[in-house]
Ligand binder design. Structure first.
Ligand code: GTP
Ligand code: MG
Length: 264
C-alpha cells in the first residue's frame, strides 16, 4: 500500500509552492506529494525538483506545455492509480485550500454512514454550514455560487459546492470513473468528475472548509474557462435527459453498477 498521495497542479506558482509543500508535510506527514507542472515559465518546475531532491516524499511530474488543470489531474490520477496510492487528494498550490484542513477530509473518507458505507469522494465545501471564504471578491463568490447552482440544477446534483477543487478520492472510487471520458480542461473539470462520479454511483460527502483567496501569484481563471464549463454542463444536462449516452463505469470496476448514492 503506497498510502495517501496529494496532487498539486502548478502553473507559475513559484511564490507559493515551497510554503504549500512545507505546510502540507507538517499537516499530514505520512502523505506523499506529486507536483504536476506544465513547464511553468517562472521556474516552478525547477523549484519542485529542488523540493523533491530534499524530500523523498515529493515527486514531480513535468509536462511539456500548459494543457489545463483537468489534463494535469488526469495525468496525475493515472500515475497514482498505477502505483497503488490510496486515497488520492487534489490540492491547489495557490493557498486557497488549507493543508491544515486536510485531516478533516481524510477523516470523513474513513467515516461510515448509517449503512456502514464509507464515502468514495470527500469534497472540501465552501457552501455547506461551517464552510467559508476569505478575501474573495464579490464577483468571484457570485460566479462560484451561480456556477454551482447551475450545475446542480442542470445535472441534478446533490452537491452544494460542485466546482470545489479540494477533494479526496478513495482509489477504488476513482477507478470506477472512466477517466478517458473526462475531457474538460478548466475548472469545469471538477463538475465533469462529479457528474461522472454520480453516474457511476460513487458516494460523495461534503465537509466544510475555509477557502482563502490567493495572496501571491495570479489566477488562471479566464472567460474561456467559464464558457467551457457552462457549455459542457448544458450539453451534459441535455444529453442526460434526452440522449442515449450516459457515463459508463470503468472496466476497472468489477461491479459496473450504479447502485450507490450521493448526498450533500
Ligand atoms: N499543471 C497545471 N496546473 C494548472 C493549470 N492551470 C491552473 N493550474 C493550477 O491549478 C490550481 C488552481 O488554479 P488557479 O489559478 O488558482 O485557478 P482557480 O483556483 O480556478 O481560480 P482562482 O479562484 O482565481 O484562484 C493552481 O495550483 C494552479 O497553479 C494548468 O494548465 N496546468
Ligand atoms: Mg485558485
Amino acid at each position: 500500500m503506497a498510502g495517501t498521495l496529494v496532487v498539486i497542479p502548478t502553473y507559475n506558482e513559484r511564490e507559493n509552492l515551497a510554503d504549500m509543500v512545507a505546510r502540507l508535510r507538517a499537516a499530514v506527514p505520512a502523505a506523499s506529494v506529486l507536483v504536476v507542472d506544465d513547464s511553468s515559465p517562472d521556474g516552478t518546475g525547477e523549484l519542485a525538483d529542488e523540493l523533491a531532491a530534499a524530500d523523498a516524499a515529493v515527486t514531480v511530474l513535468h509536462r511539456t506545455s500548459k494543457d489545463g488543470l483537468g489534463a494535469a489531474y488526469l495525468a496525475a490520477f493515472g500515475w497514482a492509480l498505477e502505483r497503488g496510492y490510496d486515497p488520492i487528494v487534489q490540492l491547489d498550490a495557490d493557498g486557497s485550500h488549507l493543508p491544515e484542513q486536510l485531516p478533516r477530509l481524510l477523516e470523513a473518507l474513513e467515516r461510515p454512514d448509517a449503512a456502514g458505507r464509507r464515502p468514495d469522494l470527500v469534497i472540501g465545501s465552501r457552501w455547506v454550514p461551517g464552510g467559508s471564504i476569505e478575501n474573495w471578491p464579490r464577483h468571484r463568490e457570485l460566479l462560484s455560487k451561480w456556477g454551482s447552482a447551475y450545475a446542480r440544477m442542470v445535472l441534478r446534483l446533490d452537491t452544494r459546492d460542485a466546482t470545489a477543487g479540494y477533494r479526496a478520492f478513495r482509489a477504488a472510487g476513482l477507478r470506477r470513473i472512466r477517466l478517458e471520458d473526462v475531457h474538460t480542461r478548466g475548472y469545469g473539470f471538477q463538475v465533469d468528475m462529479l457528474w461522472h462520479a454520480r453516474e457511476v454511483g460513487l458516494t460523495v460527502v461534503e465537509v466544510p472548509v475555509t477557502f482563502v483567496e490567493r495572496v501571491r501569484g495570479h489566477s488562471k481563471m479566464s472567460p474561456a474557462i467559464v464558457l467551457e464549463a457552462m457549455v459542457r454542463v448544458t450539453v451534459w444536462g441535455v444529453r442526460s435527459r434526452f440522449g442515449p449516452r450516459r457515463p459508463k463505469a470503468s472496466a476497472a470496476d468489477g461491479s459496473g453498477s450504479a447502485a450507490g448514492h450521493t448526498r450533500a
